[in-house]
Write a protein that binds this ligand. Structure first.
Ligand code: CO
Length: 135
């Protein structure tokens, strides 16, 4: 297991990209829309891990709601696991609260994800995920 990325919720992706790329100096890998999650995402390489900026694309997006309630900031920590299906079942069996009953495929099947609810993880939303390729 390793930290795959840290997810940061922002109001305006383009403005945030200017800071993380042009001022902080992180390498922007890509900007993409993930319709399943109702977000636009910018991924930056940061050594062996990534920083993911997320902007909600509609009012019902979890990211839009998060920013309204809590303001911009760290939204989740993503941990890469060998098999997200097996990890989901294992955690469920141990009484851990998960956001999805079964992991969801996103980005055309490139990634499969689930989330551990913050109430089971000491206040942190933890994404567990498996991805096939690089970002
Ligand atoms: Co993420």
């Amino acid at each position: 297991m390793r930290v795959d990325h840290i997810g940061i919720a922002v109001k305006n992706l383009d403005e945030a990209v200017k800071f993380y790329r042009d001022i902080l100096g992180l390498e922007l890998v890509k900007i993409e829309e993930v319709p399943e999650e109702r977000v636009r995402v910018a991924m930056f390489r940061a050594g062996g891990t990534y920083v993911e900026l997320l902007q909600g694309t509609d009012p019902d997006s979890a990211i839009t709601k998060f920013v309204e309630r809590r303001g911009e900031g760290i939204h989740h920590i993503s941990i890469h696991v060998e098999d997200v299906d097996a990890k989901t079942e294992e955690l469920k069996a141990r009484g851990v609260a998960l956001v999805y009953d079964k992991p969801r495929e996103v980005a055309h099947g490139e990634r499969k994800i689930n989330f551990i609810h913050p109430r089971s993880a000491f206040g942190v939303l933890i994404e567990i995920m498996t991805r096939r390729g690089e970002y």
